[in-house]
Design a protein around this ligand. Sequence first.
Ligand code: 8OZ
Length: 383
Amino acid sequence: MTKPNFKPLQNIQSSVPDIFTPAQVGRYELANRAVMAPLTRNRAGEGGVPRAMNVEYYRQRASAGLIITEGSPISAQGVGYPGTPGIYTSEQVAGWKRVTDAVHDEGGCIFLQLWHVGRISHPSLQPDGELPVAPSAIQPMGEAFTADGLKPFPTPRALETDEIADVVTQFRTAAENALEAGFDGVEVHAANGYLLDQFLRDGSNHRTDRYGGSLENRVRLLLEVTEAVVEVWGADRVGVRFSPVNGFNDIRDSAPDVTFPYAASRLNRFGLAYLHVVEASFVGEEHPRTFDKAKLRRVFKGAYMANGGYGHQTAETALAAGAADVIAFGTPFLANPDLVERFALGAALNEPDPETFYGGDERGDLDYPFLGDPVTAVTATAA
Ligand code: 8OZ
């Protein structure tokens, strides 16, 4: 028997952390606890290839403790929106390599978000104009963003049982591609009504095979995907994202308070770097509003990354209370490439401009001013 290791507590563990306290997340000691949340921007080049504008966008934001990229489709089948940067062709890998090089040049850390949209797509976005795939042939309410404008989501095709191994392979291959592209890790997107979330929830998963029905079965695909990705990266460079109360993309579950703590407990066997939780709903009311996020945090053995409407003060409160280990900021990071410095100085923040969130050019992407830049188009408000 080796002696127990009674290392003295280090400052990082013994003092109350704030945003500027380094954080151990899996293999990495992050320089601060302000993570840049994944943000869909629809600005990739032809063929879903990251281009110069995307390189500059991520370079500008490299002072985040960790950047999580916008969702990156893992296959042609996984695409649901125009202009999303994929991770399934060699051109895409080369494009992402320029992004990771730029972020690393600036001393940053960057994970790629692995994304399959499942039924949140449209034949015009799918290979050979095929129907999008899903756990079950249940049409989501809402509309897809196609090249010809908004079109209703069609009723998707339910995946055959023997096709599911191919979905796992899509994730594995994409994870290998992300490694080749020089990322520091990957996040498995199991949130916001996309494929893995569709399998997790009983509103979208009516399967009767071993991937549906019981909770154990509904979690199976997530576990198989996570296992494949962990085999490529090692668990300490892999995170998973959930959104238990988000009704976005017409997703619903009769008991998220049961589904998500159970899924988190099943993920514990891997020893993942983090669980990233969208704690709010993008649309309307939360489902249900009583969701116990503290329970999810308690159940999961790894860093807890909170996301959803946090600002400087609410983030500090959550970190000081131990409610989260790190906080992911979305639109604040979009509008403030130097968000960490602004927090440190108590400086005013630029306001995000929703008109330029999705698609378009450098405006609303590269022209949000840094502190000290002349403020022109974008208005500043008090923090
Ligand atoms: C907003 C618009 C399009 C996609 C997500 C990838 O919710 C997204 C997304 C968000 O995770």
